[in-house]
Design a protein around this ligand. Structure first.
Ligand SMILES: NC(=O)c1ccc[n+]([C@@H]2O[C@H](COP(=O)([O-])OP(=O)(O)OC[C@H]3O[C@@H](n4cnc5c(N)ncnc54)[C@H](OP(=O)(O)O)[C@@H]3O)[C@@H](O)[C@H]2O)c1
Length: 244
């Protein structure tokens, strides 16, 4: 049975909505102390209200695309405030679907900032050995099915997701040897969250059990963060109800 201790301090980005919110609530319910990061304070507070142990839920309002290179310093500041980290669930992200001729560099860079560069520098900060507990620490980054099976219009979004999954595999090999930290990705397909609200009804029939719920993904994230997953490393789990 998965459980966490109060001194398991776990960062969850994207905790104001969707998959990050579900992950944060579940981790809190299972006993972890959650550091919940997003830009929207009101929605972070709504997440907190849904938590079983609100005293173990701490809100940090932050735009992760501002000063990306300084994210390791930000992680250090959070460590000084809350203690060394046991886990990081990187669930923040955007999906911008556009055909080839509609792609412009500014928009493409914005997508890569939140889906690729921000998680890269958050992981860099987390893996500074002064900021994590060492052996037993675990990182999960949300990639996407679009990073594996890129559909029409998913060129830039899928590119950002493929890139982050590839980088995480490399970092996982490095930091598991040097520090005992595990890193895995999850790659969902269509899951009902505010991100997909505009298209979810039309996607429902693609799947034998309909589109996914946020908990279908957060169950996996929470497991991968837990001690029960201690022999699982460098993987990228597709969660698509067998659609691919
Ligand atoms: N839902 C799906 O079907 C699906 C499928 C595959 C992959 N994914 C991936 O899963 C991740 C989460 O998706 P979701 O469905 O949960 O989306 P969502 O409901 O829109 O949530 C996105 C989260 O990211 C945060 N965020 C966005 N930009 C940010 C920034 N600059 N700084 C800090 N936080 C930021 C948002 O918080 P604020 O707005 O409060 O900042 C929000 O909490 C994304 O990477 C998405 O690509 C989702």
């Amino acid at each position: 049975m998965i459980s966490f201790k109060k001194n398991d301090v776990i960062i969850v980005t994207g905790a104001s909505s969707g998959l990050g919110q579900s992950t944060a609530i579940q981790l809190n319910e299972l006993g972890a102390t959650v550091i919940a990061i997003a830009r929207n304070k009101e929605r972070l507070n709504e997440t907190k209200l849904k938590c079983k142990y609100p005293d173990n839920f701490h809100i940090e309002v932050k735009d992760l695309t501002e000063k990306i290179e300084e994210l390791p310093v930000y992680i250090k500041e959070l460590k000084n405030k809350y203690g060394k980290f046991t886990g990081l669930a990187y669930c923040a992200g955007v999906a911008n679907i556009a055909p080839l001729q509609a792609i412009d560099l500014t928009k493409a860079k914005e997508i890569f900032d939140i889906n690729y560069f921000a998680p890269l520098f958050m992981v860099k900060g987390f893996c500074d050995r002064r900021n994590n507990i060492g052996k037993g620490a675990s990182i999960v980054v949300i990639s996407s099915i679009s990073g594996v099976k890129s559909d029409k219009g998913h060129g830039v979004y899928g590119g950002s997701k493929a890139a982050i999954a590839a980088s995480m595999k490399s970092f996982a090999r490095e930091v598991s040897e040097t520090q005992g930290i595990r890193i895995n990705c999850v790659s969902p397909s269509d899951v009902k969250t505010p991100l997909t609200a505009h298209k979810i009804e039309q996607e429902n029939s693609k799947y034998p059990f309909g589109c996914g719920e946020a908990t279908d993904v957060s169950n996996m994230i929470v497991f991968l963060l837990s001690y029960e997953a201690k022999w699982i490393n460098t993987q990228n789990y597709i969660i698509d109800c067998g659609y691919m």
